[in-house]
Design a protein around this ligand. Structure first.
Ligand code: MIC
Ligand code: SF4
Length: 657
């Protein structure tokens, strides 16, 4: 009896204890685990999004689960990555995605509608809900008060089938914004400031919650810029409260009914706090080749620039592109710089057309690009050899632009526009333009969102269109007791998923694993595919050895799926980033770290590794000592019970079928 009373008291205390925004949303979605005691939580997913480059695989996996229709509140399939359509492959993928959407009750956003994150914010993002997306920049939804998380395609497939999504029980850091930004300084500079402080590694398991009186000075698209690029920190997600500004944005989108207020209670506590005085932020930029390599624009002033590209899911809102137009009004971009602009959505383009901005940008000599990912993923507009390229997107990994020798700097739209006029890095604060007010009414045209009427139900009898680029999903095999392993490749620190599974010209093979697997590690070791096949033919298991922060960047599960296809059974790294680690588990690859990071030096490509009792180690405490020619090396992997079951079975798909 006493215990029951104590439990009731405890429950009442939990109910009344002041809560932050993260705690409120997670509590409303918790289906497994207890934040007070468990390391992993299962949450219900209300909305999902996919884009075409990860979506094909996600839907092939969803199909193989045999569920008749999606079970979420809303699932949207966007086409924005593979839009160049050289060859039949992209168009094959689009047709496949469209037929899947129709059959299973998914909304289909046609190619030409815009970039997934910008569109989702405009038309579907709903405060207080959870959104899971097969793209690492899904946290854009945090700008509208969603807990929005990026994950691998198979996790989205599970969520569409009604399954929970699992996150490490988060630690929540309050980023307290005070005051107001100066003219010429914008949201991009705020997130670059946060990246300067926290870097791109060491933030796994955290959620960053923005709070403080400065929050209300930022409109929803600006908030979304900040949460979008929070992905580069490696956090689970970032979130803003849902307040009057959010209400105004939703009403202007004709979605007043989607508004719910979600603000932190007075006295809510956080695991850590970082205060930023907005008025003191100066224009910043991320120097090559990492979004965490922050320098001031002032320190780079006068540097010759060859290319300037404005857009991407980070900075392609009406507010951003209109600001650029105000900088360029009545002027012309410098002769020796090429300037390209990609808007985030048709809505943005329509507004720019109406207010004359498009004409200004054309007259200024800008190249108006398709409203898609395009340059951001190296799908076109690769700069010339050794170029300095200023871009408003979120990643400047070496070679991502398509030109290995290019020096890509990430900047705000304001810095990009000011620099376009002279062809040199310029301070946007020197001659700032007026702030763009939040529109009272956005023009809504949902014509390119197909199957809204059958969302959640689907259309029975729809035939799935499968061109030759749609290959079946490969399946893993149960984990062996022992492995005769060989180091197929040894790489250094901060290896990104762009190194492991390049995009750009190779992106069109996303739905064709046997073909795409030929390009694993292409930028690091073009022979990786052949090395793996030879090891496999000799009866050996392939192992990847890596340094710190392995698998940074995108959510592409292909960076685990293609290695699995090539017989990779383990990754041994100093540390592994969140989404990639989850993808490795999902495809049955053991994510090991060194117990002593110095052991990294003992291993070289081609070395043999004897994994004795691997299955028992995974099922047990995750520690295993492997024999190498330089002596014994002890490895560890911290797996939840759920993850152990997945790896032992040979991957999530083996468990779900
Ligand atoms: C990216 O920005 O790297 C991508 C391309 O959008 C990826 C998804 C993908 O690889 O398809 C991401 O961010 O997850
Ligand atoms: Fe597209 Fe670039 Fe955004 Fe990725 S980061 S979703 S490639 S615009």
């Amino acid at each position: 009896m006493a215990t029951k009373k104590t439990a009731q008291k405890k429950a009442a205390a939990v109910k009344t204890a002041p809560r932050n925004v993260v705690q409120k949303i997670l509590a409303a979605h918790l289906v497994e685990g207890d934040p007070a005691t468990d390391a992993e939580l299962g949450i219900r997913i209300d909305q999902t999004l996919t884009q075409d480059a990860t979506g094909t695989m996600a839907y092939l996996q969803f199909e193989s689960m045999g569920v008749p229709r999606v079970k979420t509140d809303i699932s949207v399939s966007y086409v924005d990555h593979n839009t160049v359509q050289i060859g039949f492959e992209n168009a094959d993928d689009h047709d496949f995605l469209q037929s899947i959407a129709k059959k299973y009750g998914i909304v289909y956003s046609k190619c030409g509608n815009g970039i997934c994150h910008q569109l989702h914010l405009e038309r579907f993002g709903k405060p207080g809900t959870t959104l899971l997306g097969s793209d690492s920049h899904t946290p854009t939804g945090g700008g509208i008060g969603q807990i929005a998380i990026g994950a691998g395609g198979i996790d989205i497939a599970v969520a569409m089938a009604g399954g929970a999504f699992h996150i490490p029980t988060p630690k929540v850091r309050a980023i307290v914004l005070k005051g107001r930004l100066r003219r010429g300084v914008s949201a991009k500079d705020v997130i670059l400031k946060v990246l300067e402080k926290y870097g791109t590694k060491g933030n796994v398991g955290w959620i960053f919650e923005y709070t403080g009186d400065g929050v209300r000075t930022l409109d929803v698209p600006s908030r979304a810029t900040i949460t979008n690029m929070g992905a580069e920190l490696g956090v689970t997600t970032s979130v803003f409260p849902s307040d009057r500004v959010t209400r105004q944005f939703l009403a202007a989108q004709g979605r007043a009914g989607d508004f719910t207020e979600i603000v932190a209670d007075r006295g809510a506590t956080y695991d850590d706090t970082f205060v930023i005085d907005l008025a003191k932020i100066e224009p910043l930029m991320a120097a090559p080749h990492s979004p965490g390599n922050i320098v001031t624009v002032k320190s780079m002033k006068g540097t010759k620039v060859n290319q300037i590209l404005i857009g991407s899911c980070t900075n392609s809102s009406y507010r951003d592109i209109r600001t650029v137009a105000l900088y360029l009004k009545g002027k012309h971009v410098a002769d020796d710089v090429e300037v390209g602009i990609a808007c985030g959505s048709r809505q943005v383009i329509n507004m720019l057309a109406k207010d004359g901005s498009l004409a200004i940008l054309h007259a200024a000599g800008c190249r108006m690009l398709e409203n898609a990912c395009g340059f951001c993923i190296g799908a076109h507009m690769s700069p010339r050899t050794g170029a300095v390229s200023l871009r408003t997107n979120n990643r400047n990994f070496e070679g991502r632009s398509g030109t290995k020798s290019a020096q890509v700097y990430l900047v705000s739209p304001e810095t990009a526009a000011a620099s376009a006029l002279t062809g040199r890095v310029e301070l946007p604060t020197a001659k700032p333009v007026a702030a763009v007010p939040s529109p009272k009414k956005f023009p809504v045209d949902d014509a390119l969102f197909l199957y809204r009427a059958t969302a959640g139900r689907g259309v029975k009898g729809t035939a799935i269109v499968r061109g030759p680029n749609i290959a079946p999903v490969p399946k893993g095999a149960p984990l062996a007791d022992d492995l005769d392993g060989v180091v197929a490749i040894k790489v250094g620190d901060k290896i990104t998923t762009d190194h492991i599974m390049p995009a750009g010209a190779r992106l069109k093979y996303r739905s064709n694993i046997p073909e795409y697997a030929k390009y694993v590690f292409e930028p690091c070791e073009p022979k990786f595919h052949d090395i793996c096949q030879a090891n496999r033919a000799a009866g050996r298991a392939n192992v990847i050895v890596a340094g710190e922060s392995y698998g940074q960047g995108s959510s592409r599960e292909h960076a685990a799926l293609c290695p699995m296809y090539l017989g990779v059974k383990a990754v041994v790294a100093k540390s592994i980033e969140r989404i990639h680690r989850a993808n490795l588990v999902n495809f049955g690859i053991v994510p090991f770290t060194f117990t002593d990071p110095a052991d990294y030096e003992k291993l070289a490509a081609g070395d043999r590794l004897a994994f004795k009792g691997l299955r028992a180690a995974v099922a047990g405490d995750g520690r295993l000592t492997v024999r190498t020619k330089a002596g014994d090396v002890t490895l560890q992997t911290a797996l939840s019970a759920r993850e152990k079951a997945i790896i032992l079975a040979g991957g999530l798909l083996c468990l779900r079928q």
